[in-house]
Design a protein around this ligand. Structure first.
Ligand SMILES: Cc1cc2nc3c(=O)[nH]c(=O)nc-3n(C[C@H](O)[C@H](O)[C@H](O)COP(=O)(O)O)c2cc1C
Length: 129
């Protein structure tokens, strides 16, 4: 976890999965995978995020904890011997969370503060049936 862009980790997990984007598979501008064209929506990076989340959910399903990490590219390429042209957007550490690990208090934001209705900024009625 020494390559993490931010975060403090008391120990390294037993397993770290590196999710990679290979330039020859995603040749578009910004690693776009849409037939070589730039989609302007970072499609390959979104796909990596989806794959990573599925791994995290699968891990949870079998009782394992995980943490998503954004590695510093230069460092992670060096450690994993990855070509300069390729990218490692995410690492997924898999293991068991320390029982005493700090957990920040999580409070749910009201849906009406998150969701718009009909148009961006349109009032969303949480009680709508
Ligand atoms: C795409 C993505 C990248 C992340 N990168 C890091 C990271 O580099 N370092 C870190 O400490 N946490 C990182 N996180 C956050 C943790 O993986 C984890 O999601 C977070 O601690 C969960 O709590 P929170 O989102 O409520 O803060 C990342 C999360 C996501 C979704």
């Amino acid at each position: 976890m020494m390559t993490a862009s931010y975060g403090d980790f008391h120990t390294d997990p037993k397993v770290i999965v590196a999710l990679m984007l290979l330039k020859d598979k995603c040749p578009g501008e910004g690693f776009s995978c849409f037939r070589g064209k730039d989609s302007q929506v970072y499609d390959s990076f979104m796909s990596i995020g989806m794959a990573c989340l599925n791994m995290a959910l699968e891990a949870r399903d079998i009782g394992l904890d995980s943490g998503i990490i954004t590695p510093k590219q230069e460092q992670v390429r060096k450690i994993l011997k990855v070509n300069k042209i390729d990218n490692v957007p995410l690492l997924l550490g898999i293991g068991y969370q320390d029982k005493k690990a700090f957990q920040k208090k999580r409070e749910r934001v009201k849906l009406s503060e998150l969701i718009s209705s009909e148009f961006f900024g349109g009032k969303f009625d949480e009680n709508r049936k």
